[in-house]
Every structure is written in C-alpha cells, then in structure tokens.
Design a protein around this ligand. Structure first.
Ligand code: MLT
Ligand code: ZN
Length: 478
C-alpha cells in the first residue's frame, strides 16, 4: 500500500490526485495527538494520510478508491471514544477519515420536530440549534462540547437522558451512509412511520464505522423543556436509590429525565483534584443521586413537586439529605460535579473502566457482590462506581488506592475485567452499555455474544464490506 520500490504513484499521491491536497494530506506532526491518539491515551496509531472531506460526494470517491485499493479506512468524529474505536492501527497503512468538515445543519423544521444534520456537527451545536427553534434534542453527554454526531450514532451513545428519551438510536429517523464501495444509501427522511421492509439503516447505528460511514442523519426532536427541577440527594444505599427512582417517576408523572448515581469516593476525588468542586451537603453519605425532572410547560412548579417528593422519601428513610437547585447556577454546579467525575478519575491516575448495564433491580446486589470480591482479590483498588442508574448503566471503575499501588492494580486488570463481566452476565446484564466495543472489547464480544448473533454479525460485515476496509479490527476481528 505504500509507494512501491519501482516508484509507482503511492496511494497518498493517487488520493491527492483524486480529491486535491486540501482534502487529503499527510498527518502533520502537530496533529498527531489530536487524530492518532485516543481520548484515554490507550492507543497510539499511525496513518497513511488524513482525509477531511467537505461533502458526501467526496466521501463516496474516497471509499470507492480505498475499496478498489484495499486500503483500510478509519472514520473519526470528535475522537472521544473510550474504547479506541476511532484510532488507526500502528501499521501506517490506514486512511484516517475525519468527518469534522461536514458540519452543516441541512434542515430544521419545528413543525416536523426534526432536523437533518451532517456527521461532523458537534453535539452541543445541534442542541443549541434545536433550542433556538423551541425544540429539544435530548442526547446529552459529558463530551457534548467536542463529540460529533457521526460518532454519537456510530457508537449508539447514551448519556444522561436515556431514562426518558432512549439511546442515540432511538432519536434517528433516517440516515445518509456511504457504503464501503462508495455507493450512497439515502434514507434521510423525517417520517415517523415508514414500514418498508428491513430497517437497514439501523445496522449502522452502533456499528462503529465498520459497515459504512454515516455522513448525515435525520433526528427526532421534542418540545423544548420549559421548566426543570434538579436535586442532589444523599441516600443510604443503592436499594434506597432504586426505591427513590420509582417514587420520583411516579410523583413527577414520569417526567424524570435523569437519575445519576454518585458514590462518596467520586466526591472525594473531585475535591482532591478539582478545588472548586464543592460538596453540596453538610454531612458525608455513602451514596448520592443527582436527579432531574423536566416539563415542556413553563407554568409547572416542578421544583416544588420534587422538594415535596424528597420530603416524603426522607420520612420513608430512602433519603437522608438533599439540596434542591434554586436556579440555573445551582443546577449547573450540581451537574458539573457529575460531569467532571471522569476528569477527576483521570487526574487520580490509573482507572480500570467497566461500562456495564444491568436490570435496575439487580444493581444493588451486583455492586455488593462485586465490591466484596474486589476488597479481597484487589485490595489496591478503590471502587468508584457511578453512572446512569435510571437506565441501569454503571461505570464500574476502579482507581488505585495510592500511586504506589497503581502497578499492582494494573497487573490485575484482566482478572478484574473477567470477574466483573462474568458477574454482570450472571445478573443478566451487558459488558458494553454505551461506550461501544472499539478495539478494546473485541475479545469480550466474542466471549459474551450469543454465537448465533456473532455469526450473523460476521455475515453482515461480509455483505456490507467484503474487502474488509471499514474500520478494520474494530468490533469484529475478521
Ligand atoms: C460518564 O457517564 O461520565 C461516562 O460515560 C464516562 C466514564 O465511564 O467515565
Ligand atoms: Zn456514561
């Protein structure tokens, strides 16, 4: 794939002849970190070149060429993957395809409650555009200021509003996808009802760029949230948190949009590493919940409703203390605690991450069993289990108790992963809730996916990408 010894034009030269050096270029040394190193710094790749197309037509030409030449293509959005899903391998033979220049909102229709946007749009920009049209795009996650729509859809991202609005997949009405051979699949309709055979587009959602490149999507919007109520709540244990979830869903008339579980260990990390992070409550508690209810009606006093429900929960022993946000600034500072947990963990050093999901009714038992095992089998590790309890997704992360214990903990990475994932399966859960498979969890997929499903996935991969050029080595090994 590199220029041959005989001096024939190499693929970079040919790609530049096809699309111009403005679209295809060598990765400059000052761009290496941005494009070739993943967010967690687990993967350091090399690339034949970087392509930054501006149109679907250019993506189509790139893929047709790469398919004919059997050049691996690694699509990339905001490069925020937790699983190395968007980093090329170390061979230097793969083309990095950045969608960042395809960042137009093609259409936004408030009456249709829909928008059509290109893959390189940063998620926060789409949220803002929807809000300006008095609509809500509910997909919301910590990296929303830098992650891009194409990556969100390719990984079927989750985040903090899944409880009420579902995953990224649930927000998609249609897609535009460039297939491995350069053909364009256009299902960019904003129809709610369209039962016309197999739902082919859904295969690209969660495929992590291994079947084709999503270049644009038609997204479902909702009425804009006009009143919000947010509270930071101390709970004695996870059972109490689960009981509180049911209580708040009922008392809010199912308007609860977020229900995040936070352990004391996370608050300790926040105050150790981010000095402006303030504990909102006077006395420490083993567990906390950050919850939010939202309504499209401006005249609803959701805060009073939430405060009343929390009073009742206090009387029932499900809650020990609570801080209810009294305005936008309060709300922001409560959310910033939750959103900066990954950053605090990163600053602390080694963190063994497990992105698992369980039936909500099993979370407390799972955590008790896993924690008891950890205490005994990995005493150097401190559990920092937090996440989206409302939908059963836990980030079951383990930090080293001290810098000197990091090495011993790192040596247990595989044993901890195996135990945690086996226990998750025993509880009817999934080892991959919202971060995807990427390069990191390919072997886990082989281990835990039902064999028939794996066979079907491989057959789909062969059908969509017979030359194996699309994001090679991610999700499935050939
Ligand atoms: C989060 O919810 O903060 C993330 O998905 C990240 C994590 O696993 O740390
Ligand atoms: Zn998460």
């Amino acid at each position: 794939m590199m220029p041959g010894p005989g001096g024939g034009a190499g693929p970079l030269v040919m790609l530049q002849a096809l699309l111009g050096p403005e679209v295809v270029a060598a990765v400059r040394s000052d761009e290496v970190e941005r494009y070739l190193v993943d967010h967690r710094r687990l993967y350091h790749g090399r690339a034949l070149a970087i392509a930054r197309p501006r149109s679907t037509e250019q993506v189509s030409k790139l893929l047709a060429f790469c398919n004919a030449q059997r050049i691996g293509v690694v699509p990339q959005g905001g490069n925020t993957s937790y699983c190395g899903g968007a980093t090329p391998d170390a061979s230097g033979t793969q083309l990095l395809l950045s969608l960042e220049r395809m960042d137009r909102i093609r259409q936004l229709d408030a009456d249709d409650c829909a928008m059509v946007a290109e893959a390189g749009c940063v998620l926060a920009k789409l949220q803002d555009a929807a809000r300006e049209a008095d609509r809500l795009l509910p997909l919301s996650l910590g990296s929303e200021g830098s992650c891009q729509l194409g990556g969100n859809l390719s990984t079927n991202a989750g985040g903090t509003n899944v409880l009420r609005y579902g995953m990224a997949r649930d927000l998609v009405l249609g897609l535009e996808v460039v297939l491995a051979d350069g053909r364009v699949l256009d299902t960019l309709s904003t129809l709610r009802k369209d039962n016309t055979g197999y739902d082919v587009k859904s295969l690209f959602l969660g495929a992590e760029g291994t079947l084709g490149v999503i270049t644009a999507a038609a997204l479902r919007l909702f009425p804009r949230e006009a009143s919000l109520a947010t509270a930071f709540v101390a709970v004695p244990d996870i059972d109490a948190a689960v009981a509180l979830l049911a209580r708040l869903r009922a008392s809010s008339g199912d308007r609860l949009s977020s229900f995040e579980l936070i352990p004391r260990a996370a608050l300790d990390l926040l105050s150790a590493h981010l000095p402006d992070a303030r504990d909102p409550l006077a006395a420490p508690s083993p567990w906390y919940v950050l919850c939010e209810a939202a309504s499209a009606r401006a005249d609803e006093d959701l805060t009073a409703m939430l405060a009343q429900a929390l009073e009742e929960a206090l009387a029932a022993g499900q809650v020990t203390d609570a801080a209810v946000a009294r305005g936008a600034r309060d709300r922001e500072s409560l959310w910033s605690l939750r959103e900066r947990i990954p950053e605090a963990q990163r600053r602390e050093g080694l963190s063994l991450k497990h992105d698992v999901s369980l039936p909500v009714s099993h979370v407390a038992r799972f955590v008790a069993e896993a924690e008891a095992w950890l205490r005994q089998a990995a005493p150097e590790g401190r559990l920092v289990a937090y996440g989206h309890l409302g939908d059963g997704n836990l980030h079951f992360n383990v930090s080293a108790r001290s810098a000197t214990e990091a090495e011993a903990l790192a040596a247990r990475t595989d044993a901890i992963r195996r135990h945690v994932h086996d226990l998750v399966r025993a509880h009817g859960g999934s080892f991959s809730a919202e971060h995807g498979i990427g390069a990191l969890k390919v072997d886990e997929l082989v281990r835990y996916a039902p064999p028939v499903e794996l066979e079907l996935m491989r057959a789909i991969k062969r059908t969509f990408d017979p030359q194996g050029i699309m994001n090679p080595g991610k999700v499935l090994r050939r």
